[in-house]
Design a protein around this ligand. Structure first.
Ligand SMILES: Cc1ncc(C[n+]2csc(CCOP(=O)(O)OP(=O)(O)O)c2C)c(N)n1
Ligand code: SF4
Ligand SMILES: [Mg+2]
Length: 342
């Protein structure tokens, strides 16, 4: 699996079109688990370009190149997702991807080739709920940003976790409203400058994965785009899990987040993700204040709880039986009234 993800041809196939742009994109050199160790911006010879990579079948090739800025974490998330689906041998015909509005919402729609619902800002989970209830046989996967899922759609998120409907959510947390130019979001760090908090943010951010865990999510994890391999495995676990599953993916936005925070270089941001991440298993003896500025990564929660869709189906079956009994009883009464004339 590691060997397959470290495949220069897939990255090249994904980004080949970027080479036609004026910008000089960062190109990863493979064969290492440390993505930073491999990032180069020099004029090293390009990897062979190909339009036949096996994972291209998961992408809508007609919309490539992606509109992501150079160095955006969105490409890593798309890459990990395509690998996760491929590893699991899921037929994309059995997946419905649902999303809202934002740069992160473009990861599934238009780029991933399956049935997609590109809905209104903050309403992805509401639409996904309808899809899953009507088509429990489909894997319903939501990929969207922090503004979409934790801001305007925050209420939908916590209630979906409480209900424990069998949905999978990948929340791409870049700490900002990226698409609209860098407004503060509910996950923007305390003290960060954004276009709407130019004198620093004096609000505390949500730890959104912790909130989903507290609200009842069946599988909740947090990884970053630095942890591409762990992210892919976590995506697989989340997709596999019956019930509400959620992975917070901390991601770099060198353009809108970087604009006023001084983190305009994607490598600086990735290094920050690497240096501030701590695995949950290593946090047991640490006081809360030491974790304040850290990203606790790994699986936060996994448990089994009755799933909403099953409960609903059971209820419908029970109610149908009761109705049938009531109908039968009514018919018997009518027949006897006809026969006896009473
Ligand atoms: C109802 C509504 N309000 C506001 C907007 C404008 N808007 C579009 S995307 C966006 C924020 C997106 O942020 P996020 O979900 O974090 O995605 P990112 O671009 O950072 O990946 C906003 C506020 C909108 N489209 N619809
Ligand atoms: S604005 Fe940020 S999130 Fe949007 S594509 Fe550019 S780098 Fe990515
Ligand atoms: Mg965002």
């Amino acid at each position: 699996m590691l060997k397959r993800l470290a495949d220069p041809e897939f990255f090249e196939a994904l980004t080949a079109v970027n080479a036609d742009r004026d910008e000089k994109p960062l190109r990863p050199v493979y064969g290492t688990r440390d993505p930073l160790a491999g990032l180069v911006t020099d004029d090293a010879p390009a990897a062979p370009r190909t339009s036949h990579h096996r994972l291209l079948k998961y992408l809508r090739r007609e919309v490539l190149p992606t509109t992501f800025c150079v160095g955006c974490g969105g490409g890593t998330v798309l890459n990990a997702f395509a690998h996760a689906v491929d590893e699991m041998r899921i037929d994309p015909k059995g997946i419905v991807c649902v999303t809202g509005i934002g740069c992160s919402s473009w990861i599934p729609s238009p780029y991933f080739l399956c049935d997609t619902l590109h809905t209104t800002h903050g309403r992805a989970i509401a639409f996904a709920t309808g899809v899953k209830v009507m088509r429990p046989d489909m894997k319903v996967i939501i990929i969207a940003g922090d503004g979409d899922l934790a801001g305007i759609g925050g209420n939908h998120l916590i209630h979906a976790a409480r209900r424990n409907l069998d949905l999978t959510v990948f929340l791409v947390n870049n700490f900002i409203y990226g698409m609209t130019g860098g407004q503060v979001s509910p996950t923007t760090p305390f003290g960060a400058k954004t276009t709407t908090t130019p004198y620093t943010n004096v609000e505390h951010p949500f730890k959104i994965a912790d909130i989903v865990a507290a609200a009842g999510g069946s599988y909740v994890a947090r990884w970053t785009t630095y942890h591409a391999f762990q992210l892919m495995e976590s995506m697989q676990n989340a997709i596999d899990k019956k019930g509400f599953s959620f992975v917070e993916i901390i991601s770099q936005c060198p353009v809108s987040f970087g604009k006023m925070t001084g983190m305009g270089d994607p490598v600086t941001q990735l290094k920050d993700l690497r240096d501030r991440s701590i695995h949950i298993d290593d946090t047991k003896d640490l006081p809360d204040d030491e974790l304040e500025d850290r990203f606790v990564v790994g699986k936060l929660v996994e448990h089994r709880r009755a799933e909403f869709g099953d409960g609903l189906q059971e209820l419908i079956t029970r109610r149908r039986e009761t109705l049938r009994d009531e109908l039968d009883a009514g018919l018997r009464q009518d027949t006897s009234a006809l026969e006896t004339g009473r």
